[in-house]
Design a protein around this ligand. Structure first.
Ligand code: SF4
Length: 218
């Protein structure tokens, strides 16, 4: 009598933890890629992230860098010292705070920072395999997850329309329901920013109200 092939076990684990496992794998791939590319440029991953931030946002203080990267000031200070020694960054006086200094990339540092900013784009090929509807649903999920992590204080409250004081959710009829008061222009859902340099964090109560209005299409 022929032996029956063993059936794979039926998956009973809920979807949420399995998505978390998948995100963990994607995170590992990104970390490995970032480390590989940074070391290829003679940088640590933090040094590369600092250069990328300076290219994206302009000159910043050590405290601002630490807040945006979600790491401690001593960690940033060590990396900044190394970048200055490598002549990839220069310090200058901060006109806003007499005792602080601003960090700016040199020409070579800016070129490396621009390359570092492009590194996550290796993911774009993988994302491009999703159908348009899948991409829209995925983007919406990403916005929700990042906001949750921001509200939990696990990543910096930075860059996203849904936490920005200039954001006006669901104020228009049609395909572009949202509005950015900073550029005074309507936004379609796919145009919501995750890394806007003009983001201005709304206060706690305002953020809660923005989110409630965002989740309630008109
Ligand atoms: S300023 Fe930037 S983050 Fe704020 S609403 Fe406008 S596009 Fe979004």
């Amino acid at each position: 009598m022929p032996r029956r092939r063993a059936q794979p076990p039926v998956t009973v684990e809920p979807l949420a933890p399995r998505i978390a496992t998948g995100l963990h794998k994607i995170g590992l791939a990104m970390k490995q890629q970032a480390w590989h590319q940074a070391s290829g440029e003679g940088l640590s991953a933090t040094q590369a992230q600092i250069l990328a931030l300076l290219v994206a946002h302009g000159s910043l203080t050590g405290s601002e860098l630490a807040a945006r990267l979600g790491v401690s000031l001593p960690t940033v200070s060590d990396s900044v010292r190394a970048l200055v020694e490598k002549e990839l960054c220069v310090r200058s006086a901060d006109p806003r705070h007499p005792r602080a200094s601003l960090l700016s990339p040199t020409r070579r540092g800016a070129a490396l920072g621009a390359r570092a900013r492009a590194w996550p784009e290796f993911m774009a090929d993988a994302v491009a395999t999703l159908e348009p509807d899948e991409q829209r649903a995925f983007f919406q999920g990403v916005v929700k997850m990042i906001r949750t992590l921001q509200e939990q204080g696990l990543i910096p409250l930075d860059g996203m329309c849904v936490t920005c004081t200039h954001f006006r959710p669901n104020v228009h009829v049609g395909d572009a329901p949202h509005h950015c008061a900073f550029i005074d222009a309507p936004l379609v859902p796919e145009q919501l920013r995750l890394d806007c340099p003009d983001h201005a964090a709304a206060a706690d109560a305002e953020r809660r109200e923005l989110w409630a209005r965002f989740l309630t299409p008109g």
